[in-house]
Structure formats: C-alpha cells, structure tokens
Design a protein around this ligand. Structure first.
Ligand SMILES: [Zn+2]
Length: 364
C-alpha cells in the first residue's frame, strides 16, 4: 500500500513538471506573438526567406508572361514568377505543363527553392522560351484579355513555338512512339515502352494505346490570303504528335494515323489545328477536346471478345450542347474497338474535323 502511494505521488510530480514545461512554451509563444517588432518576414522559415529575396531580384519583379509588376505566383517546374491572371492560365494547362504555387501562401521546401534558383529566374527562362519570338508578335500586357494571355502562354510553354531549339513541338518520346508500330503486343520492348519516366510526374503507367486517324478537315478557317496550310497537333497528357502540313487547302485530306499511349489517369485527347507559316508564327485554326474514357472502357470490356460480327457498343449523341456534327458511334469491328468522330472546331469561326479512334488496351 505504501509503495503504491509513493508511486502515485511521484507520477503526480512528473505530471506537474510536464504542465510547467508546456506552460512556459506557450508563454514564450505569446511573448513572440505580442512582440510588435516580429513582422511577417521575420516569422518566415529558411526557404521562404530565400524565396522572398529571389522574388525581389530584378528579373522576377515583373510577370514573365505579361509584365505585371510584383508577381506573387511561381510555376515550380517552369521556374517563372507570374501574376495572378497568368497563373490562372498556367493552371488551366494542367500540372504536367505548369505547376503553380503561391510564393507567400504555400509551404516551400529548401529543395524547391534550390531548384528554382538553379533554373535562373524570369530573365534566363524568357531567353529560352521566347528565343525565336517573331518580331511582329506582341506579347500580352498587364491589361491584355484572357484570350490573348491564353494564346500566348499556350504557344510559349505547351507548344514551345518560340523555343530556341527549332520552334518544334515538344514531344518527350517521339522516337519510341514511332517504333511501337513494329512491336508485337507480347514483346518485352512493348511492355518497356508502356512504362516510361516522366521528368515531372515520376513514373507513369500506361493502360493502352490510342490510334488516331486524322481523316480530313472541311471548310476550315482562312489564315493566309485565300487559304491555309493546315496541320493538326494531337496531345494526350505530356505527349504530343502532329500530322504533316497540307499546302493551300481549306478541305485537307490527311488520312494519317498517329499513335499515343494512354496514361493511367486518362486525360482528354486534345486537338489543335494550325496554319503553317514559314516566316511568322503559325496561326491558330481551332481546337477540340475529346473524352476518350468511354472508348477505353469499351475496349477493356471487349478485349478478349471472340465476336466476329460488327456491333455497336456505345453512342455519343450529337446535340446543340456539344460539338458533334453527327452521333459518334463506338463499335466493335473485326475484334477492334473503334470510334468515329466528326466535330466542329472550337474558338474559331468555322471548320469541321473528322477522325477515327481505336483503343488497344494493355492486359495488366
Ligand atoms: Zn501576367
């Protein structure tokens, strides 16, 4: 009995000591909080202090895209400081193109700040991303419209039209995409192809391939004096491929097959039509976005099917709320799951694009 009393007393003592310690910490915090000399910047952590001084370097005091003063947002993968309006456009491109953080509101790690410093800031990056910007091209200004801003930012970072190299499209794995045509499905190389390293997102798993035949365009917009030299860019997540340019045609027939691998998190398939110009920036001729999820689901469901006859698996009905010119049918033809799509191009005065999709699922 005596022993146990002693133990209780002693543990009560520890508790008391614990309370005392906690009490003194909270007193200290109260003191710090009430100290009028403790400003926001004094309370910043190590990386935030370095970020704060980086943002005050001359090149970073104006938005990299429109020149607005005092930009407070940062694209951590592109390395540029941008204003709130441009940051919205960056976000709309998706994190695989630009990942935006707030310089003030987000928590930054030492590594992120180091990487940002290494990329060189707005001046260095604009020398890279705007190297071959045509002389007659005007960059957006702080009061530019959202359309002007979007157009420029997309050309600059997503299409890399002004990049030093050649103004060529950025495609992380073009050689592999072409060589896949010669591989069989059970080939080990095929499987290797389907798991590749992505510089920003780490390992990406692919669930299959999508073959896109760009069939033709009808009544496309005029971008040169009388006609246009159209080509189509297809992108899915980080990958982009494009068709050849058809000279002087508003009704081009490509019949060209392009192939992309389908990431695990299935992004929409984006199509952009441009007019090829030799001496200036290529002109925009419309765009479209397609949800390929239904096609992928149908392909997965029917991949082991032994049905020989053709059958309809699904239908995307044309209506005034979507861009379809006629109903788009997902069908099983010779054991292949395909979808025909004819749609009106968006953000342009006119133009119809016709294509055929086929999904080849990968057995997991
Ligand atoms: Zn801006």
């Amino acid at each position: 009995m005596e022993m146990s009393t002693e133990q209780e007393t002693s543990s009560a003592g520890h508790n008391a000591a614990g309370h005392n310690t906690a009490g003194s910490v909270s007193c200290l915090l109260d003191l710090l909080r009430s100290d009028p000399t403790t400003s926001w910047s004094n309370r910043m952590t190590g990386p935030q202090i370095r970020l704060h001084s980086l943002s005050h370097e001359s090149g970073n005091r104006f938005c990299a895209d429109c020149g607005s003063p005092d930009p407070k947002w940062v694209s951590i993968n592109l390395g540029v400081f941008v204003c709130i309006k441009c940051s919205g456009v960056h976000r709309s491109l998706g994190v695989h193109i630009s990942k935006i953080l707030s310089a003030k509101l987000d928590e930054w790690t030492e590594e992120q700040v180091n990487a940002l410093i290494e990329m060189g800031g707005n001046e260095a990056l604009n020398r890279k991303y705007e190297a071959s910007i045509p002389e007659n091209f005007t960059k957006p200004k702080p009061d530019s419209s959202i359309e002007e801003r979007s157009d420029f930012i997309r050309r600059k970072y997503e299409l890399r039209q002004f990049c030093e190299s050649d103004g060529q499209l950025y495609c992380p794995y073009p050689a592999r995409i072409q060589s896949i045509k010669f591989l069989k499905k059970n080939d080990q190389n095929y499987l290797n192809f389907l798991t590749v390293m992505s510089p920003q997102a780490g390992m990406i798993e692919f669930v299959g391939l999508i073959k896109v035949v760009i069939v033709k365009g009808t009544n496309l917009a005029i971008r040169d004096v009388m006609t246009s030299d159209p080509y189509v860019i297809l992108s899915l997540g980080q990958q982009s491929v494009k068709t050849r340019v058809i000279k002087s045609s508003l009704n081009p027939v490509w019949n060209e097959q392009l192939m992309l691998s389908i990431p695990d998190q299935i992004p929409p398939l984006k199509l952009l039509v441009y007019d090829k110009d030799t001496f200036s920036t290529d002109d925009f001729m419309g765009q479209a976005e397609i949800d390929i999820q239904p096609l992928v689901s149908a392909a997965k469901a029917y991949e082991n099917s032994t049905i020989n006859e053709s059958m309809q698996l699904g239908k995307w009905v044309a209506s005034k709320d979507n861009t379809l010119v006629k109903d788009s049918i997902i069908s099983l033809v010779d054991g292949k799951v395909k979808q025909d799509i004819t749609l009106r191009l968006q953000n342009v005065e006119r133009g119809i694009l016709e294509m055929e999709l086929e999904c080849v699922p990968l057995i997991q």
